[in-house]
Design a protein around this ligand. Structure first.
Ligand SMILES: Cc1cc2nc3c(=O)[nH]c(=O)nc-3n(C[C@H](O)[C@H](O)[C@H](O)COP(=O)(O)OP(=O)(O)OC[C@H]3O[C@@H](n4cnc5c(N)ncnc54)[C@H](O)[C@@H]3O)c2cc1C
Length: 384
């Protein structure tokens, strides 16, 4: 790995996390090239989902979706450790999932075996209209702070970042490295993979998500609804339910993200006032503590982002490609994570690092993620 020059395209949660693990694996150099910068989190950018996420860990993986299960489980375990570092902006808190009716064949979902404090919601936990719920310890990420922390770690390990460059073709990124001498390209362009020359993946599509950011430090639990027990795809997911996913995601700074919408193939970046008022009503319905002494929470911002979804799920694979100058590069894809890019991020970056190691003939190292986390967390790990 020490002789390899790496180029990562994209500075979302997937690009930054992948770059970080490749730097930690000892790559000679890692350069991130991206149109958007993590400090642009207030802009409405159709090809930059990361700043617009909730973001919590509430898995989408169904009981037989072993690939996504692995990504999500690895990420849960990494977030658990990293959450001891206040600078990451990761908060541990109780997470509730509520359902309109008790699933016919009640099964423990796949994640019950490792999430902390898994159990059923009590009658007192259930909001009106919901018949069933589960609860467990989970995380939320303060997105601007978390992205800034990832960026800082990339820089601290010697990574370079080049922002403000819209690429027509992936090969345009090669100019960010002297002489274009790149050995490995990691494509983390999210929805940008739909149009990026040389990739143009027509299976990618946007899923619009509108949210409201409110100030409500009294909310101390994250709540999700409309996902079938064990993951959306486990039960097929009804379209009308998908359009109106209702969730409440508090961050460690007292801001709470209220959602939302799940609008497939809708690329509009405008705020819809009717959706906003519907979101507020639905969220108060499942989280009455949003209202204090009859007063609605202060609205800080209305937000909209496009989840970078993909038919057939996220793409993690690699191939050798030739550049126009005849140089062979290992081209790794890591995009299309829809609404689960944060909660799968460490597992996906681990898979990228393993794919790269295998392709370039390094011995396998199954503990590379736990080694990284251990080093970052250091002695604070003992406080868990
Ligand atoms: C409302 C909402 C709520 C969400 N909630 C959650 C949640 O609770 N939990 C969770 O896990 N996930 C959540 N998500 C999903 C999550 O935000 C995404 O899956 C994740 O951010 C995708 O990260 P990424 O790095 O793959 O892509 P992005 O963050 O979209 O980054 C893509 C990068 O590629 C760059 N790029 C693209 N095309 C080009 C080009 N042609 N030239 C140069 N640069 C280019 C962009 O500038 C950007 O840097 C949510 C999303 C939304 C919208």
């Amino acid at each position: 790995m020490e002789s390899k020059t790496v180029l990562v395209i994209g500075a979302g949660v997937q690009g930054l996390t992948s770059a970080l693990l490749l730097l930690h694996q000892g790559a000679k150099s890692v350069t991130i090239v991206s149109e958007a910068s993590p400090s642009d989190y207030q802009k409405r950018d159709p090809t930059y989902a990361s700043p617009k996420a909730g973001a919590n860990w509430q898995t989408y993986a169904g009981n037989t979706d072993y690939r996504l299960q692995e990504y999500d489980e690895l990420t849960y375990k990494a977030l658990w450790e990293l959450s001891v570092l206040p600078e990451c902006g990761i908060m541990r808190l109780p997470g509730f999932e509520f359902y309109n009716e008790k699933p016919a064949a009640l099964q423990h979902p796949w994640y019950a075996r490792f999430v902390r404090n898994y159990g059923f919601a009590t009658a007192a936990d259930l909001p009106p209209g919901k018949q069933f719920g589960v609860k467990y310890d989970t995380f939320t990420m303060n997105v601007p702070k978390y992205l800034a922390w990832l960026t800082g770690r990339v820089k601290a390990l010697g990574g370079k970042l080049v922002f403000g460059k819209r690429l027509e073709h992936w090969q345009d990124a090669l100019s960010a490295v002297p002489g274009g001498k790149v050995d490995i390209v990691v494509n983390c362009t999210g929805l940008g993979a739909l149009t990026l020359g040389g990739v143009e993946d027509k299976d990618c599509y946007p899923v619009r998500g509108q949210t409201i950011l409110v100030r409500a430090p009294q909310v101390k639990r994250t709540i999700g609804t409309s996902l079938a027990l064990g993951g959306t795809r486990a039960a097929g997911g009804k379209v009308e339910e998908e359009m109106k996913v209702t969730y409440v995601i508090p961050r460690e700074d007292g801001i709470v993200i209220l959602g939302g919408t799940y609008q497939k193939h809708d690329g509009s970046m405008e705020i819809n006032a009717d959706s906003a008022s519907d979101i507020m009503t639905r969220c108060i319905g499942i989280c009455p503590e949003l209202v204090v002494n009859g007063k609605l929470p202060e609205i800080v911002e209305h937000s909209v982002g496009l989840r970078p979804a993909r038919y057939g799920d996220c793409r993690l694979d690699s191939q050798y490609l030739k550049t126009s100058s005849g140089r062979e590069v290992l081209f790794v894809n890591n995009y299309g994570h829809g609404g689960y890019g944060y909660q799968s991020s460490w597992g996906c970056a681990y898979t990228v690092a393993k794919m790269v190691r295998r392709a370039i003939g390094c011995s396998q190292n199954d503990s590379l993620l736990s080694q990284f986390v251990k080093e970052v967390v250091g002695s604070k790990s003992a406080k868990l």
